[in-house]
Design a binder for this molecule. Structure first.
Ligand SMILES: NC(=O)c1ccc[n+]([C@@H]2O[C@H](COP(=O)([O-])OP(=O)(O)OC[C@H]3O[C@@H](n4cnc5c(N)ncnc54)[C@H](OP(=O)(O)O)[C@@H]3O)[C@@H](O)[C@H]2O)c1
Length: 354
């Protein structure tokens, strides 16, 4: 008697390597022009990307939004289009930070297998599937949901890069803008490194920032930290609502100010003027750190994964939105008052597309 194995799902003929159940088209949020998210973002069915030899294809469960995504969607400051496309976005699908399940593996990719649950970074995260080099992904921290893992990405790695050498044990560290995407990680990381953290935020977030590990919280509607008596060894300024000189007045004698405000400013050049000024000032005083331009690295993600898995940092997520409401999610981030990270959830693709 002949027995038959259950019929395997048809393979996507456009994908050369190993794969499981991959359709040929997928739902994605796309943009064909720069502008406000509500005007330029729209859902579309586009081909599922095929992984190159060193890449993996990930079925996206969640993607998160950071302020850099606003720049690539709106195309402002305009100077940023040198990187994202002069007339229109080079990448139709925005988004960087992602978590999901590996569903196809390029022939030369060896570290990940089909079925692995991963988080990391890519181009085009606001979609049902993404491709990236296998070293852009790590196994998802066991104690995080996909939504939480997607929220790590650029915000957490930037906070780590800015703090790890300065927020040392016992240092008095002030985080201006302590409750947002980057600030909520900065507070937790500085506390994890043993610093005495002061977080500055609005009244709605005072309790949250304290719960993240801040020993002191300043409500900026009631108190101006630059005019107080307290002095800090390190200030991470995510807001830049005071002049550099005035902010540096809140430093101890050997204290350092790290300015980190990347989106406000003029339509053409954004904060470029401030970045140049910061760079020049940093030549003349060691109390002003030079501007920091770094990118997400695998080593940073590995460090964060360890810190997250031992429970010292947990992504703070205020809201999740379905992928179909990406424009609303972006608009919320744009208010500059989102609590923690805003996450897009991506439902399982429908079988009919296979
Ligand atoms: N997120 C990233 O991946 C990333 C990477 C590189 C650089 N950056 C830069 O880092 C900065 C912060 O990013 P983010 O993602 O944390 O932004 P965000 O999520 O929009 O958070 C903004 C933060 O600023 C606070 N804030 C607003 N007005 C304030 C004021 N007058 N005084 C003190 N705090 C105030 C908000 O607190 P309330 O809501 O309580 O008012 C909130 O904590 C931005 O300039 C961004 O360009 C971010």
């Amino acid at each position: 008697m002949t027995t038959h194995a259950p019929a395997a799902k048809p393979a996507n003929p456009l994908i050369p390597g190993r794969q499981v159940g991959v359709p040929t088209t997928m739902r994605a949020t796309v943009q064909d022009a720069y502008g406000p998210a509500e005007e330029v973002l729209r859902p579309d069915d586009i081909p599922v990307p095929a992984p190159e030899a060193n890449q993996v294809l990930v079925r996206v469960h969640a993607a998160s939004i950071h302020v850099g995504d606003l720049v690539s969607i709106e195309g402002e400051p305009i100077i940023a289009r040198l990187a994202t496309g002069l007339r229109k976005p080079t990448n139709r699908v925005p988004g960087t930070d992602v978590a999901g399940t590996v569903v196809a593996v390029g022939d030369a990719a060896t570290s990940l297998r089909i079925g692995d649950q991963v988080f990391g970074w890519c181009t085009g995260a606001f979609a049902e599937y993404v491709c990236a080099a296998e070293d852009h992904f790590l196994p998802k921290p066991a104690n995080l949901s996909f939504e939480q893992a997607a929220a790590v990405g650029v915000s957490a790695t930037t906070a780590l890069q800015l703090l790890r050498d300065r927020a040392v044990f016992g240092a008095k560290v002030l985080i201006n803008g302590a409750s947002g995407g980057l600030g909520s990680y900065a507070v937790q990381l500085a506390a994890a490194f043993g610093a005495e953290v002061t977080g500055v935020c609005g009244p709605r977030n005072v309790d949250t920032v304290r719960s993240l590990g801040a020993a002191h919280v300043i409500d900026y509607t009631k108190e101006d930290f630059t005019r107080g008596e307290q002095r800090y060894d390190f200030i991470l300024d995510n807001v830049a609502n005071h002049s550099l000189a005035r902010t540096r007045r809140a430093l101890t004698e050997r204290g350092v100010l790290q300015s980190n405000n990347g989106t406000s400013g003029g339509r053409w050049f954004g904060t470029l003027g401030t970045v140049i000024k910061t760079a020049v000032v940093s030549i003349f005083t060691r109390r002003q750190a030079p501007p920091s331009i770094k990118f997400t690295t695998r080593e940073d993600l590995l460090t964060l994964k360890a810190i997250i898995e031992d429970g010292r940092v947990t992504p703070l997520i205020e809201r999740t939105y379905p992928l179909s409401r990406a424009a609303h999610a972006i608009e919320h981030v744009k208010t500059g008052h989102a609590r923690g990270t805003v996450v897009l959830t991506v439902e399982a693709p429908t079988e009919s597309k296979s």
